[in-house]
Design a protein around this ligand. Sequence first.
Ligand SMILES: [Zn+2]
Length: 344
Amino acid sequence: MCRELYINNKTFFKYSLFEILISFLSFFKSIRMPCREYPIALKKENNQLAEIQNVPNGKACNCYCFYCKGDLIAVNKEENKVTDHFKHYPGSNCTLSFETYLHWLTKKIFERFDFIKLPSITFKDLYVKYWCFESEKTKKIKDLFSKYNLPEEFRDIIQYEFDLNVLNPFKIELCTTEKRLKNEEEQIQPDILLKLDSMDLLVEPYVTSKVDARKLAKIKEIDISTLAIDLNTFRKENRLEFTEEDLTNYLLLDSCKEWLYLSKSFREELFNEFMCLLDKRLNERISMVQDYANHAADIEKNGNEMKSTQDTIEQLERKIRSLESVNSDLASKRRLCIRSIYSY
Ligand SMILES: [Zn+2]
């Protein structure tokens, strides 16, 4: 019985590992291998995005693949048992990967955005990465604390919490997706370059790997703020079943975005925003700080009074013990007197 159990466990274990391996391989295969089926394509007549649910079935869909430019077939009949999708003609040699497909679709959707909401940045992140190394900035912060004459325990700047860059969204004046950027030596091709009203912004969507160290070093050299967008979560949640609206709504979320780099000028703007917020908070809370200081004085005064009372109690206790001792002596003498009187 034990042997059977052992064998069953082993078989189960082996089977589970096999399943995990297959799902793992199929996941990567679906990203890396040619992607011949997908839910959104381009219309031939106007080069606009077309969703599989909104086109005639079969070749009549009149859509093509953005990558190989080949014609596509719509598989979207109600009686079909498979998920609706566009597919290439049999014999197509298209090498489009799903990762490239999601990148492309993200770019197309970004081209339609008029505004972008940038994720907020915590003051601590900026302070720890940049500002604590800049003496001019640390001095400005200290000066502000001095202005409000704060007690020492309120001057630990790292204890303060602020979300910066909350004045969103930003208007997009121009979105380009094929532009190359270069300075004297370096050249990079960002996925998406946005010209906002106050700054330029690079957007780097990724499925399997974020911007590599080499590209990030170039971005820092060129000094343009950069956001990474995680498409892998979207991919895992939706597989091939999604609409343009689904991806659009996902791209609007804060949770899919991560700051990779903040340009020097943007950091300056954020520092100014932080100083205004700190000044406002200290100004609002100065009466609380005064209360705190008053409480501290009261605590010290009460402490002194308690100590003095304690001293008095100790003196009185010593006096009581001394009187008890005298009383005890007197009582002994009294007993001796009585005994002496009766003895004669
Ligand atoms: Zn293709």
